[in-house]
Design a protein around this ligand. Sequence first.
Ligand SMILES: [Zn+2]
Length: 82
Amino acid sequence: MKCAACHEALAHKHGEIELRIHGKLFLVENVSYYECPACGERTLSPDVSQCLFEKITKKEYKEKPVMVPVVDGCSTTAVGSL
Ligand SMILES: [Zn+2]
């Protein structure tokens, strides 16, 4: 598999990833995924993402309260400075 963004060969990893499905954030543990060593893009193989999607559809997960750090965004009045 190659990175969709920069075509670098993806490294096979195992661990936990964050997944946003239907606007809800899921933490997936013990999952195989691919990570691009160049840009950090993470990709799931089609069978893994299908499996996760089915589990989430069947609500085969446990809910854990997670403290998420929320940062109030900064804004600038400078426009077009790039
Ligand atoms: Zn990449």
